[in-house]
Ligand binder design. Structure first.
Ligand SMILES: Nc1nc2c(ncn2[C@@H]2O[C@H](COP(=O)(O)OP(=O)(O)O)[C@@H](O)[C@H]2O)c(=O)[nH]1
Ligand SMILES: [Mg+2]
Length: 322
């Protein structure tokens, strides 16, 4: 393997039984806190103060009880609409760089304390567009703020009354793989149980994907750049921040802009389809109203005719008697 600035990283990540998971989701949903629960130490800045918010992707590693290595990549709100595309592209590139041997599972962190928004649905769509639809096969939805679930209130029951359509769709796309995390508990048994449950879901994801971590052409490009640099005898310490890495960021930015344009088109198409459907309903309503009116008029006319007829009949009978 090429020499790398992530020498230590390769020592741990190159192992076949090492697992790399990436936390994504809107800022404030509890990614860093969940990352800390998984690592078992306060390694990621959870939002204690504004200055403590994760501004850039960060990799932390731990050795699990059974000796396996767990790599956790925490990200800022990668697809938050408030983030400029160039900043977003840089972070996505950083994230790929940290998980360059592939991602075993992506944890989409949502909060049980806040409603799933349109923005989150769009962010999920952006993620699928950048990484490809296959990424959904690697996704697990983790609900933080598990402390909001009291006795008798299971996640299923909670979702039965708090699951907007968009969330139902997102969960289905993620194979309905869900986990709940209470990042505030100090109960060691609970901490261990929720971690083990999640790691067993990760193992299911790994098995369902034939043991192969997720990568795509972007990951391959990054590896190729690294090999090119090594064969040219350049120090890979130039990256990130080096020219080659900047080019990689540009490539991600192009992909990102394409995905934003696609998303806008999709939304515009959806809006146009909705408007056309509404127009059809209005037209059908107007037609139905018109038909009812016509029917009423015909009925009135028939009523009048029958009255006239009756009157004529009565008149004839009267004349006959006379
Ligand atoms: N009560 C409770 N608060 C949580 C939980 N997880 C995260 N938080 C809080 O939610 C806020 C945002 O968490 P943070 O990890 O910084 O979110 P991030 O921006 O997605 O990384 C912080 O104030 C956390 O302390 C949880 O499970 N329960
Ligand atoms: Mg954070």
């Amino acid at each position: 393997m090429a020499s790398s600035l992530f020498g230590d990283y390769e020592k741990v990540c190159g192992r076949a039984d090492a697992r790399t998971i990436v936390l994504v989701g809107k800022m404030g949903n509890g990614k860093s806190a969940t990352g800390n629960s998984l690592i078992g130490r306060e390694v990621f800045d959870s939002m204690l103060s504004l200055g403590g918010v994760t501004a850039t992707c960060k990799l932390e590693t731990t050795v699990l009880d059974d000796g396996r290595i767990l790599n956790v990549v925490d990200t800022p709100g990668l697809f938050d609409s408030s983030v400029e595309p160039n900043v977003m592209a840089k972070e996505i590139a950083n994230c790929i760089n940290l998980a360059k041997d592939g991602i075993h599972a992506v944890l989409l962190v949502l909060s049980l304390g806040s409603r799933f928004s349109e923005e989150e649905a769009s962010a999920f769509e952006s993620l699928r567009q950048i990484f490809g639809g296959k990424i959904a096969d690697y996704m697990i939805v983790v609900f933080s703020h598990g402390d909001l679930l009291r006795k008798n209130l299971t996640l299923d029951r909670f979702l039965a009354s708090n699951c907007p359509n968009q969330l139902t769709k997102t969960l289905a796309m993620c194979g309905n793989r869900t986990a709940v995390f209470n990042n505030m508990t100090e109960d060691e048994v609970k901490i261990r149980k929720q971690r083990e449950e999640l790691l067993s879901l990760v193992e299911n994801v790994v098995a369902d994907n034939g043991g192969k971590p997720y990568t795509n052409d972007l990951f391959q490009q990054l590896k190729k750049d690294e090999i090119d640099e090594a064969t040219q005898g350049k120090s890979s310490e130039e990256k990130p921040g080096g020219e080659q890495f900047d080019r990689f960021v540009e490539m991600v930015e192009v992909r990102l802009k394409e995905s934003i344009a696609n998303l806008e088109n999709m939304l515009a198409e959806e809006r146009a389809a909705r408007a056309a459907a509404e127009l059809k309903v209005l037209e059908a309503q107007a037609k139905a109203e018109h038909e009812v009116l016509e029917l009423k008029q015909r009925l009135n006319r028939a009523d009048e005719l029958s009255k006239e007829l009756q009157e004529k009949l009565n008149h004839k009978q009267f004349c006959a008697i006379m």
